[in-house]
Design a protein around this ligand. Structure first.
Ligand code: ADE
Length: 250
């Protein structure tokens, strides 16, 4: 997967060299390229923002540097009509006004061959940039949650962590993906490791019983219980086909 990120703070992305993401990069599973938006400015001060039309506090990112940056990065990449040509990249713009990020959106993005992230700062990017590129490629504004960050950089780091671990080959044990929280729309059951007793607290006996059927049933029940207690909204979204008779009886 090829990932381009445009930002005025490319240094924010240093953590991408760490841990599994760094190893996936090194192993060639992902190819991340950082770009400084100011490289597409032409004035002495490398200006990327200006005051908002209509007034109000803060600054808005000007469309010209974004236009040059995105034209450059999309050049030659958007001809999906040519057989065998790379699919046009999906342009992701982090914004508090975007669609909520979720595990299912992460899985959708993990299946793309090219992602292009445009990190806005200040009060955001001039809306015409989004309109213009929506006619050329798939554009999705994505929100991490109902709060406002200084800019899109941290949001992109979060999204990339969620996406890259779903790229085939990145995680050694693909089974852990199927069982983790949100994979089936529920929260995961609590997990325990050695020692069996710690500070007078024991691990649940069933987990040391060796009975895989009982363990699976216990985990399913814990998963339903936790979801009902902590995230009833998630449980309400489960369709009748995803809850078994045993689940409903529980
Ligand atoms: N930029 C600023 N706030 C944001 C949020 N909540 N999600 C994504 N990008 C943002």
């Amino acid at each position: 997967m090829k990932i381009d990120i445009v930002s005025i703070f490319p240094d924010y992305f240093a953590p991408l060299e760490l841990s599994l993401i760094g190893r996936s990069h090194a192993a060639g599973l992902i190819d991340v390229r950082l770009h400084d938006l100011r490289d597409w400015t032409h004035d002495l001060h490398r200006t990327v923002d200006d005051t908002p039309y209509g007034g109000g506090p803060g600054m808005v990112m000007r469309p010209e540097p974004w236009g040059e940056a995105l034209d450059h990065l999309l050049a030659g990449m958007d001809d999906s009509t040519v057989p065998g040509a790379p699919a046009s990249p999906r342009l992701i713009v982090p914004s508090p006004a975007g669609v909520p990020f979720s595990q299912s959106l992460a899985a959708e993005l993990a299946a793309e061959s090219r992602l292009l992230f445009a990190c806005g700062r200040y009060e955001g990017i001039d809306q015409r940039v989004l309109e213009h590129y929506a006619a050329r490629t798939r554009v999705t504004e994505v929100s991490l949650g109902d709060y406002v960050l200084f800019g899109g950089e941290v949001a992109v780091l979060v999204m990339l962590e969620a996406v890259i671990r779903l790229v085939p080959g990145v995680l050694g044990n693909a089974d852990s993906l199927a069982e983790e929280s949100h994979a089936d729309g529920l929260l995961e059951a609590p997990m325990y490791t050695k020692p069996a007793r710690w500070r007078e607290l024991a691990t649940p006996d069933v987990l040391r019983s060796g009975d895989h059927g009982r363990i699976a049933q216990w985990r399913r029940e814990q998963s339903l219980l936790r979801t009902a207690q902590r995230r009833p909204d998630l449980l309400a979204r489960q369709g009748p086909s995803t809850l078994t008779k045993q689940d409903i009886a529980f």
